[in-house]
Design a protein around this ligand. Sequence first.
Ligand code: ZN
Length: 155
Amino acid sequence: MNKTVQDNLVVTLDYKLIVEDEMLESTEDGEPILFIQGIGQIIPGLENALYGMEVGDQKTIVIQPEDAYGDYDPESLQEAKKEEFSEEVPLDVGTFLDLEDDEGDILSAQVIAAEEDTVTLDFNHPLAGKTLTFEITVSDLRTASEEELDHGHVH
Ligand code: ZN
């Protein structure tokens, strides 16, 4: 009997990600991704679509924002003074910055506007509010080791 995607299997996945008719990512020229199914390592819409697929199966799936990176939240914009950043930090529009919050967590933000003394930072995920189309191929399946399950990632 062929193995199908189920919880606690390590999935090797090849995919193309298409957003607004543009191909954003493809594993075609690189390495496929590996993850443990069922523990939320990938977005819910993609994880749910994988159940029951066999090695070699291909599928095209369309994922709404609520099952991907969430809605775009206008409250996640924040203005910051340029003087709060060290001189080496590039503050050009379009730049992504990794910033540490009060709890020491790293948050990623994009500079979306720059004035003379301030910048506007967007803490939304770049794909927030977007509908994602994935063309996926299950390239391999294997059982995760105890240690992998324990750590919550593939070794
Ligand atoms: Zn580990």
